[in-house]
Design a protein around this ligand. Structure first.
Ligand code: DUC
Ligand code: ZN
Ligand code: ZN
Ligand code: ZN
Length: 475
């Protein structure tokens, strides 16, 4: 069986050209003119781009005493409807649980996936067992480890734990990812605002100021540099964190930054909304920032100092948000965005001239495929690549509404935003997974994608550090 996407304009991270795309089975067999196949997808007037990759989701994740409501099925279906064909989700062991047991729990969750997926593994303690298990995790094809520098008393790790584990990453050819916020300061500020009677969602923003994120970003960069390992900073939301990344990159450190579509488009005024539910639904960490931070994040995407746009999709119902009615520190942290990331990024990025179409492809798909060692299997329109493709209609419009979304939650933080530019068809490994409003992909067809470690990077950094280390002066 073959399928041809006909009459469209192919857009990749480096070029734009008119071409048909022929798919045989699950992969791309040819890119060129005058191709034919058994099934034809009409792409006239459309852009044909690599399917989006969202490297930051929390599907069916137990967190803050409750569990996120989008699971692998609803989450990946929502993703496909928005042009995203792969997610990388966080496997988070319970306290004291072995990493491999946690992975087995996540394998079970992944059985519901309608699109392809991979994992990052969270490290929230450090001991000999974790040290040894990191090897098994990498052997399973999970080459990224996540460290929470916040959530004191739960997931937070300290510098000693991070440094020891970063050194293991360097040996294994794995890469650390950090949630960069100073958790001690956040905990103290939370107590302070509760003590003086500021208990609503606005205190969520007050207790997590930009410098708290900037400090942690700088510290993580130092730890990664000392360990000789690259570093990926998730949900980079503000100028101080972006400054830290820019400085590190200018010094030749391999540091990556990931703004979220939420931080690019929504600001902290949401937390001062008179409707408590409205504000609480937008509580996530880091919080939305003052507007001038948004311009800085867009500039980072343009200049390349920030590489990836993700969602941190972590969807809680309004009823779950209400656990924090009397105490903002109990509002489960998280917002949705999986199905809206690509349309909102196109509308607010490409249509405004902030991003070129090629930059859109780079930051929504190709860059993270390269960073995670998935390229060119994912993130490419090229012969041999998986046929994960979005046929994008730049003239199609919709107004985002919780009433019509695929996600399981009962609201949408982008409610009311008008998008111009939407998927007409999304293909996942050659299968028509979404077409004109309908998700066709079935639960269970998504595959776990194993990733190779990065030995070249890790070893090269280590060797360079040894060679450039000051030598003892002979007397
Ligand atoms: N931030 C959130 O808002 N939710 C999940 C975890 C996180 O760091
Ligand atoms: Zn986080
Ligand atoms: Zn409202
Ligand atoms: Zn997250």
């Amino acid at each position: 069986m073959s399928l041809v996407i006909k009459g469209g304009t192919v857009v990749t991270a480096d070029r734009t050209f008119a071409a048909d795309v022929l798919i045989e089975g699950e992969t791309i067999a040819a890119v060129g003119s005058g191709l034919s196949g058994d099934t034809v997808v009409d792409a006239a007037g459309c852009f044909v781009m690599p399917g989006g990759i969202d490297p930051h989701t929390h599907l069916e994740m137990p967190f803050m005493g409750t569990t996120t409501v989008d699971d692998y099925e609803t989450g990946t279906k929502a993703a496909l409807s928005g042009g995203t064909t792969m997610v990388v989700d966080f496997c988070i062991p319970n306290h004291g649980q072995s990493l491999m047991d946690a992975m087995a729990d996540w394998d079970r969750r992944g059985e519901g996936a309608a699109a392809d997926y991979s994992f990052h593994m969270a490290i929230s303690e450090w001991n000999e067992r974790v040290n040894e298990e990191m090897t098994k995790v990498v052997a399973r094809g999970v080459t990224t480890f996540k460290y929470f520098m916040a959530y004191k008393g739960a997931l937070m790790v300290d510098d000693a734990q991070m440094f020891a584990s970063f050194q293991r990453c360097a040996e294994l050819g794995a890469m650390p990812l950090v949630h960069a916020e100073n958790g001690d300061v956040v905990a103290a500020l939370q107590q302070h605002y509760m003590a003086i009677g500021i208990t609503g969602p606005e205190a969520h923003a007050y207790s997590r100021p930009p410098d708290v994120e900037g400090e942690a970003a700088n510290r993580a960069i130092m730890l990664a540099d000392q360990a000789g390992v690259p570093l990926y900073i998730v949900h980079t939301s503000c100028i101080p964190a972006h400054e830290a990344i820019k400085r590190a990159r200018a010094l030749g450190k391999r540091v990556y930054g990931e703004p979220l579509i939420q931080h690019l488009t929504l600001d902290e005024s949401e937390y001062f909304h008179p409707d408590w539910d409205h504000a609480a639904r937008r509580v996530m960490s880091p919080p939305f920032r003052a507007k001038h931070h948004q311009d800085d994040l867009w500039a980072g995407l343009q200049s390349g100092s920030l590489q990836v746009v993700a969602t941190d999709h972590c969807a809680f119902m309004t009823d779950q948000k209400r656990f924090g009615r009397e105490d903002f520190t109990k509002i489960p942290n998280g917002t949705g965005g999986l199905e809206d990331r690509m349309p909102v990024l196109w509308t607010k990025g490409v249509n405004t001239g902030r991003l070129t179409m090629q930059e859109f492809v780079a930051v929504s798909s190709t860059n993270i495929a390269k960073i995670l060692n998935l390229y060119p299997r994912k993130g490419a329109i090229a012969v041999g690549a998986d046929a994960d493709i979005v046929v994008w209609d730049p003239k199609a419009t919709k107004t985002i509404s919780a009433k019509t979304q695929k996600s399981a939650i009962d609201y949408n933080v982008f409610e009311g935003i008008s998008c111009e530019g939407l998927p007409r068809v999304t293909l996942s490994r050659g299968e028509i997974a979404y077409k004109e409003g309908e998700v066709l992909a079935k639960r269970g067809r998504g595959k776990f994608i194993a990733r190779e470690p990065f030995p070249a990077v890790a070893k090269a950094i280590k060797r360079w550090k040894q060679e450039t280390a000051p030598k003892k002066i002979a007397r």
